[in-house]
Design a protein around this ligand. Structure first.
Ligand code: FES
Ligand SMILES: [Fe+2]
Length: 445
């Protein structure tokens, strides 16, 4: 491009600084298109460890709620303001069964039904007339999930194959990020940032191999989409598929993967939900999976995994001072600084944003389909016990006579992705064997 073809410089004064937000994808309150879509899925609301003797005030999908575990061990998630005259149930007394409002003693069960209306006579008709707002919860491996949608559309709780069959140790964690949920979520389908932010800008923050340039591709899955990253490492080709399970689940492979030896269909180190707390706050809640297979060098640090803490760099705002975060920014700095809600109309998206654009398209399509009256269908289990997923690492020997070019890298990426997608109906060992058979000896005759 000649200099004449570029816009003139010093255009600060003329630059457009404001534009409308992409409300359809970013706002999550009740009645908004995205908020209604999110309400058709189970969402994590807290880690089980956060539930102590006192009620917990929580925010989810722009609603303020009170979460508690009663004396019988049952978990309740109720609207904050008591149906009587509005006192907050965060000051309620947790009972053997349900919770009692502090102000006039109205006693609610975990489903919000009124057991006793304080000093009203036991046969008062008020109990048949009043119900406190409540949502169903489901506790699973140390995380409390809630369903905030219409009860008649409540889907089965989705157990994913990586969750069900992982022989790794699992640790729940959560991280709060002060920005809109979508800019946290779409980071997954922006794999080019791994090369820039996590290698060139800040020095290598994850595995050394992750800083090697990659050929990228994208493919839709029955659950959402994957990106396909293929790199030439030593005498191998490493293909990582990284997954977005719509609307807001993400899985990632081993954090410090070095792709030093052949492997096929190695599963995930993280399964997490990027939960919209409100329009400008996101809470990531999920599990870290820890095992010698995923972490042969012992770089995991279980002591750092928990509430507002994770064992890899750049995910929170308070783990390092400002100057250090300026010198070596991480995901937190990049995402939060995109504004409280990134303004899509001010972006200049390029070819390398193909994954982000595709993810937004898929979300918009699903949000509009629901708004048009089409219910959200539960994911297909293909006759298996758990929902098959598509995140994995495969490392295959390169057998070509010359180093692989981008065409060869892309071809191997497509081969792996095709094998991963076409084997969803198989058990994990059969799936691994299928992928091995399809993908080993890349570049061979
Ligand atoms: S406000 Fe809750 S019992 Fe009166
Ligand atoms: Fe990142």
């Amino acid at each position: 491009m000649t200099d004449d073809a570029r816009p003139a410089g010093f255009q600060g004064y003329h630059q457009v600084l404001q534009a409308s937000e992409d409300i359809e994808l970013t706002h999550v309150g009740r009645g908004t298109p995205c908020g209604e879509y999110m309400r058709r899925f189970w969402q994590p609301v807290a880690m089980s460890d956060e539930l102590g003797e006192l009620p917990l005030l929580v925010r989810l999908l722009d609603e303020t709620l009170v979460l508690f575990r009663d004396g019988g061990g049952r978990v309740g998630l109720l609207h904050r303001h008591c149906a009587h005259r509005g006192a907050s149930l965060e000051y309620g007394i947790v009972a053997e069964r349900g919770i009692v409002c502090c102000y006039h003693g109205w006693h609610y069960d975990v489903d919000g039904t009124l057991i006793k209306a304080g000093s009203e006579p036991p046969d008062s008709p008020i109990c048949a007339r009043v119900v406190q707002g409540a949502y169903p919860v489901h506790e699973h491996n140390g995380i409390v999930f809630a369903y905030l949608g219409p009860p008649e559309q409540k889907p089965p709780f989705p157990v994913y194959d990586t969750d069900q069959s992982s022989d790794a140790q699992r640790k729940p964690f959560s991280i709060t990020t002060p920005c809109n949920w979508l800019q946290v979520y779409e980071n997954t389908q922006d794999p080019i940032h791994v090369l820039h932010l996590h290698a060139r800008s800040s020095g290598v923050q994850f595995g050394v191999a992750s800083g090697v340039d990659q050929v990228l591709d994208y493919e839709e899955t029955p659950l959402g989409m994957i990106n396909i990253q293929t790199r030439h490492i030593g005498d191998c080709l490493w293909t990582r598929t990284t997954e977005s399970i719509l609307p807001n689940v993400n899985q990632t492979g081993a954090i410090w993967e070095e792709a030093e030896r052949p492997k096929f269909f190695q599963r995930v180190a993280i399964l997490r939900w990027m939960v919209p707390v409100d329009n400008t706050t996101t809470r990531t809640i999920g599990w870290r999976f820890l095992s010698p297979v995923l972490d042969p060098r012992g770089q995991d640090d279980p002591a750092k995994i928990g509430k507002e803490s994770i064992d890899f760099i750049g995910q929170t705002g308070d783990e390092r001072d400002y100057a250090e975060r300026q010198r070596q920014p991480g995901d937190y700095e990049a995402q939060v600084s995109q504004r409280p809600i990134a303004v899509h109309a001010l972006e200049n998206r390029a070819a390398s944003d193909a994954g982000v654009a595709r993810l937004r398209r898929l979300l918009r399509h699903n949000i509009r389909a629901l708004a048009a009256g089409n219910p959200v269908e539960p994911p297909d289990r293909f006759g298996l016990d758990a929902v098959p997923t598509y995140t994995q690492d495969t490392v295959a020997r390169w057998c070509g006579s010359a180093p692989p070019d981008n065409v060869a890298l892309r071809a191997q990426g497509r081969r792996v992705a095709e094998a991963v997608l076409s084997s969803a109906h198989l058990s994990a060992p059969a799936r691994e064997a299928h992928i091995r058979a399809q993908c080993e000896d890349a570049g061979g005759a």
